[in-house]
Design a protein. Structure first.
Length: 286
């Protein structure tokens, strides 16, 4: 059941009014079962309680509206401050980080598509030289989009490839360099060292972390603790379309101090949209 269904069910069987105390208990369960993390649920309910400290009972519509407002505030706080489609610098260098399967390569293809549609020029650095098939995957996207991919053979130095891509862009006065990276290495330590090196060499203007909306927030945090050390500027939340429970995005928005820039909402090339709190609320509340 989705968060939306659960909220609709909450008032079934009572006459449209609910005691604040009871409401809180039930919301607690609903939110947790929808994959909102414990910490975020606590925050939501404390805020709810403070807002309604003077009331004993609430009408259904009021309670739902009130919850929606709190959730909206959480989402709004995660809005990005920067418009990467109007870059202040040329080329704008963007590096992608994220554990394997969270959609780095897909996001790069989708962003490149959007940038090209905006009349901008893009080059991609195939700096995941670890996973078999990674170079082919990004080259395939590049060919499909008519975008140049700078690559070397498997096992080559990812930093050197990023460097080459930047030189390529500089020489041609291009707008963007998008750096794909590996999501898995022999060890997390190796991965971290490699990300650090790529960062040191390419000096990205922006670093995005990709996360999978399907993973519970605690899992995301655990999986990315080591990457947090690298420092990133923004988050891309992918696979929102497959997240039936729908709650983890609220914890991501609440727990991470970095803003969310984009949402992956499907399988197609066009399915990357700028982060939009209203889009998420509509999914949850209809
Ligand atoms: N349904 C859906 N699938 C997605 C979305 N974003 C990415 N995927 C799929 O998730 C899978 C992994 O995506 P990749 O882009 O290869 O992930 P990655 O982070 O580059 O993975 P590694 O290269 O292994 O580190 C692919 O099958 C994508 O099609 C999304 O928003 N919705
Ligand atoms: Mg990849």
């Amino acid at each position: 059941m989705t968060l939306k269904d659960r909220i609709s069910n909450l008032f079934r069987g009572n006459k449209g009014e609910i005691e604040i105390g009871k409401f809180k208990d039930e919301y607690f369960e609903i939110l947790l079962e929808s994959d909102v993390s414990f910490e975020t649920v606590e925050y939501i309910l404390e805020t709810f309680e403070k807002k309604h400290s003077k009331e004993k009972r609430l009408k259904r519509e009021e309670a739902v509206e009130s919850l929606k407002e709190i959730l909206r505030e959480i989402l709004v706080k995660a809005r990005p401050g920067r418009d990467i489609f109007n870059p202040e610098k040329k080329p704008l260098i963007i590096m992608f980080l994220g554990i394997n399967g969270t959609g780095k390569t897909t996001t790069i293809a989708r962003l490149a598509y959007l940038m090209k549609k905006n009349g901008k020029t893009v080059v991609i650095a195939a700096s995941d030289t670890f996973r078999a098939g990674a170079i082919e995957q990004i080259r395939y996207h590049g060919e499909d989009l008519g975008i140049r991919v700078i690559y070397q053979e498997m096992g080559a130095d990812p930093s050197a490839i990023a460097y080459d891509a930047i030189e390529h862009a500089r020489a041609r006065n291009m707008d963007y360099v998008l750096i794909d990276t590996a999501g898995r290495m022999q060890t997390n330590k190796n991965l971290m060292d490699e990300m650090r090196k790529i960062k040191r060499v390419s000096k990205p203007d922006m670093t995005f972390l990709t996360v999978d909306a399907m993973a519970a927030t605690d899992a995301i945090e655990q999986a990315t603790t080591f990457l947090r050390d690298i420092k990133f500027d923004g988050i891309v939340v992918n696979k929102l379309d497959t997240d039936v429970r729908g709650g983890s995005i609220f914890s991501i928005a609440h727990k991470f101090k970095e803003p969310i820039y984009f949402l992956g909402v499907g399988q197609k090339l066009e399915d990357l949209i700028p982060y939009d709190p209203e889009f998420i609320l509509k999914k949850v509340f209809g």
